[in-house]
Design a protein around this ligand. Structure first.
Ligand code: ADP
Length: 156
């Protein structure tokens, strides 16, 4: 059984994230979407809301599990018995950032392998940050989000 951990904040979970999970499922038998919780970081959506959305997106697919974790991603990998970290790449800036994290992770734990999936062209401009701005200021954000992602619980 090949399993990957897809870590992120998912504040909110977007069509870009959904696409990366679906692409991950073409390579892995199971993808564990792992919501990283940082007590010092204020999010627009609480953890339970984010967990529920992602579970709802994959309610018909038992190859996806949704969990949360605190602390190091490599420890979450151990806890969920995987050595593969799945991440999405939109731009060269993403690549530089992800490369740094991946190198430190594999330096900390040589068993860890990061696997990068390229974003589809139509999702390269989609980021949770931009969507939070659209939500705050009355923009049209719906087309960037899966149907299950209801933003009415936003903490503005
Ligand atoms: P983090 O706080 O770890 O950056 P995010 O929730 O912003 O968490 O992103 C999680 C992962 O999803 C990252 O690998 C990020 O590059 C990827 N990602 C985010 N948005 C997109 C997108 N539109 N297309 C492809 N990958 C994306």
């Amino acid at each position: 059984m090949k399993r990957a951990l897809f870590p992120g904040t998912f504040d909110p979970f977007t069509n870009g994230h959904l696409d990366i999970v679906n692409k991950g499922l073409t390579m892995f038998d199971e993808v564990v979407v792992a919501i990283g919780v940082n007590a010092l970081k204020k999010t627009m959506f609480d953890l339970e809301t984010r967990l529920n959305w992602i579970q709802d997106c994959f309610k018909h697919d038992n190859r996806v599990r949704v969990v949360s974790y605190e602390g190091l991603t490599i420890k979450a990998c151990k806890a969920h018995q995987t050595q593969f970290i799945l991440r999405g790449l939109r731009t060269a800036a993403d690549f530089e950032y992800e490369k740094q994290i991946a190198l430190v992770n594999s330096d900390q734990d040589p068993d860890i392998q990061s696997v990068f999936v390229l974003s589809e062209q139509q999702y390269t401009a989609v980021s949770s940050t931009v969507i939070r701005d659209l939500i705050r200021h009355g923009g049209d954000f719906k087309k960037y989000l899966p149907d299950a992602v209801d933003v009415s619980a936003a903490q503005l």
